[in-house]
Design a protein around this ligand. Structure first.
Ligand code: HEM
Length: 123
Protein backbone atom coordinates (compact mmCIF):
# COMPACT_ATOMS: atom_id res chain seq x y z
CA UNK A 1 0.00 0.00 0.00
CA UNK A 2 1.56 3.26 -1.06
CA UNK A 3 0.72 6.58 0.53
CA UNK A 4 -0.28 4.98 3.82
CA UNK A 5 1.77 5.76 6.87
CA UNK A 6 3.19 2.97 8.99
CA UNK A 7 0.93 4.12 11.84
CA UNK A 8 -2.17 3.80 9.64
CA UNK A 9 -1.10 0.45 8.20
CA UNK A 10 -0.66 -0.96 11.70
CA UNK A 11 -4.23 0.02 12.53
CA UNK A 12 -3.92 3.53 13.96
CA UNK A 13 -5.35 4.28 17.37
CA UNK A 14 -6.94 0.86 17.87
CA UNK A 15 -3.59 -0.85 17.30
CA UNK A 16 -1.82 1.56 19.65
CA UNK A 17 -4.35 0.75 22.38
CA UNK A 18 -3.97 -2.99 21.84
CA UNK A 19 -0.17 -2.70 21.85
CA UNK A 20 -0.19 -0.61 25.05
CA UNK A 21 -2.27 -3.23 26.88
CA UNK A 22 -0.07 -6.11 25.71
CA UNK A 23 3.13 -4.22 26.49
CA UNK A 24 1.83 -3.28 29.93
CA UNK A 25 1.11 -6.97 30.70
CA UNK A 26 4.63 -7.90 29.69
CA UNK A 27 6.33 -5.17 31.72
CA UNK A 28 4.21 -6.13 34.74
CA UNK A 29 5.79 -9.59 34.57
CA UNK A 30 9.35 -8.29 34.34
CA UNK A 31 10.78 -7.26 37.74
CA UNK A 32 13.95 -5.83 36.13
CA UNK A 33 11.93 -3.41 33.99
CA UNK A 34 9.19 -2.77 36.51
CA UNK A 35 11.67 -1.47 39.08
CA UNK A 36 12.21 1.65 36.93
CA UNK A 37 8.50 2.43 37.12
CA UNK A 38 8.40 2.47 40.91
CA UNK A 39 7.24 5.86 42.07
CA UNK A 40 5.60 6.59 38.71
CA UNK A 41 1.82 6.79 39.08
CA UNK A 42 -0.30 4.34 37.10
CA UNK A 43 -1.80 7.15 35.02
CA UNK A 44 1.69 8.36 34.12
CA UNK A 45 2.90 4.82 33.38
CA UNK A 46 0.15 4.44 30.83
CA UNK A 47 1.16 7.77 29.31
CA UNK A 48 4.76 6.51 29.03
CA UNK A 49 3.58 3.31 27.35
CA UNK A 50 1.36 5.23 24.94
CA UNK A 51 4.24 7.60 24.08
CA UNK A 52 6.54 4.63 23.62
CA UNK A 53 4.18 2.80 21.26
CA UNK A 54 3.39 5.99 19.31
CA UNK A 55 7.11 6.57 18.82
CA UNK A 56 7.59 2.95 17.75
CA UNK A 57 4.70 3.27 15.27
CA UNK A 58 6.39 6.30 13.71
CA UNK A 59 4.05 8.95 15.15
CA UNK A 60 5.07 11.80 17.43
CA UNK A 61 3.46 11.24 20.83
CA UNK A 62 0.58 13.61 21.57
CA UNK A 63 0.70 16.30 24.21
CA UNK A 64 3.97 17.59 25.48
CA UNK A 65 6.51 14.81 25.24
CA UNK A 66 9.81 15.54 26.92
CA UNK A 67 12.88 14.76 24.92
CA UNK A 68 13.93 11.17 25.40
CA UNK A 69 17.30 12.06 26.89
CA UNK A 70 15.95 14.14 29.76
CA UNK A 71 12.94 11.82 30.26
CA UNK A 72 15.35 8.95 31.06
CA UNK A 73 18.28 10.78 32.66
CA UNK A 74 17.22 9.89 36.21
CA UNK A 75 16.72 6.25 35.19
CA UNK A 76 20.16 6.07 33.56
CA UNK A 77 21.65 7.43 36.79
CA UNK A 78 19.83 4.56 38.55
CA UNK A 79 21.34 1.94 36.24
CA UNK A 80 19.17 1.89 33.11
CA UNK A 81 21.31 0.35 30.37
CA UNK A 82 21.48 -1.78 27.23
CA UNK A 83 20.09 -4.90 28.92
CA UNK A 84 16.89 -3.05 29.84
CA UNK A 85 16.67 -1.44 26.44
CA UNK A 86 17.08 -4.87 24.79
CA UNK A 87 14.37 -6.27 27.06
CA UNK A 88 11.90 -3.58 25.98
CA UNK A 89 12.73 -4.19 22.31
CA UNK A 90 12.14 -7.93 22.87
CA UNK A 91 8.84 -7.22 24.65
CA UNK A 92 7.72 -5.04 21.77
CA UNK A 93 8.72 -7.74 19.25
CA UNK A 94 6.45 -10.19 21.12
CA UNK A 95 3.62 -7.65 21.11
CA UNK A 96 3.98 -7.23 17.34
CA UNK A 97 3.87 -11.00 16.90
CA UNK A 98 0.69 -11.16 18.96
CA UNK A 99 -0.85 -8.40 16.86
CA UNK A 100 0.16 -10.20 13.65
CA UNK A 101 2.47 -7.40 12.46
CA UNK A 102 4.93 -8.97 10.05
CA UNK A 103 7.61 -8.32 7.47
CA UNK A 104 8.87 -4.82 6.75
CA UNK A 105 6.25 -3.23 9.05
CA UNK A 106 7.61 -5.27 11.96
CA UNK A 107 11.20 -4.38 11.03
CA UNK A 108 10.33 -0.70 10.75
CA UNK A 109 8.75 -0.59 14.21
CA UNK A 110 11.77 -2.28 15.78
CA UNK A 111 14.10 0.03 13.82
CA UNK A 112 12.23 3.08 15.14
CA UNK A 113 12.77 1.89 18.71
CA UNK A 114 16.41 1.02 18.04
CA UNK A 115 17.01 4.50 16.63
CA UNK A 116 16.19 6.01 20.06
CA UNK A 117 18.81 3.98 21.97
CA UNK A 118 21.51 6.69 21.95
CA UNK A 119 19.12 9.32 23.31
CA UNK A 120 17.30 7.11 25.84
CA UNK A 121 20.59 5.87 27.28
CA UNK A 122 22.04 9.40 27.24
CA UNK A 123 25.06 8.79 25.03
C1 HEM B 1 13.21 1.92 24.03
C2 HEM B 1 12.92 3.18 23.77
C3 HEM B 1 12.13 4.06 24.70
C4 HEM B 1 11.27 5.03 24.29
C5 HEM B 1 10.95 5.43 22.85
C6 HEM B 1 10.69 5.60 25.49
C7 HEM B 1 9.77 6.62 25.51
C8 HEM B 1 9.49 7.39 26.63
C9 HEM B 1 8.86 8.69 26.62
C10 HEM B 1 8.36 9.43 25.36
C11 HEM B 1 8.80 9.12 27.91
C12 HEM B 1 8.23 10.45 28.41
C13 HEM B 1 6.75 10.33 28.54
C14 HEM B 1 6.17 11.67 28.95
O1 HEM B 1 6.73 12.35 29.80
O2 HEM B 1 5.13 12.02 28.38
C15 HEM B 1 9.38 8.08 28.74
C16 HEM B 1 9.49 8.13 30.11
C17 HEM B 1 9.82 7.03 30.88
N1 HEM B 1 10.37 5.85 30.42
FE1 HEM B 1 10.82 5.42 28.53
N2 HEM B 1 11.20 4.97 26.59
C18 HEM B 1 12.08 4.01 26.15
C19 HEM B 1 12.81 3.13 26.95
C20 HEM B 1 12.59 2.96 28.30
C21 HEM B 1 13.17 1.91 29.11
C22 HEM B 1 14.14 0.82 28.60
C23 HEM B 1 12.65 2.07 30.38
C24 HEM B 1 12.87 1.26 31.62
C25 HEM B 1 12.65 -0.01 31.72
C26 HEM B 1 11.79 3.23 30.35
C27 HEM B 1 11.07 3.73 31.43
C28 HEM B 1 10.52 4.99 31.48
C29 HEM B 1 10.02 5.63 32.71
C30 HEM B 1 9.98 5.02 34.10
C31 HEM B 1 9.60 6.92 32.34
C32 HEM B 1 9.00 7.99 33.26
C33 HEM B 1 10.13 8.75 33.88
C34 HEM B 1 9.63 9.77 34.88
O3 HEM B 1 8.49 10.24 34.77
O4 HEM B 1 10.41 10.11 35.77
N3 HEM B 1 11.78 3.74 29.08
N4 HEM B 1 9.79 7.05 27.93
Amino acid sequence: MTGTSLYERLGGEAAVSAAVVLLHDRLARSPALLSFFRGVEMRDRLQVHISFVMTAFGRAPEGRPRDLRSAHARLVAEGLGDAHFDAIVAAMAEVLDELGVEGTDRDQVLDHIESTRVEVLGR
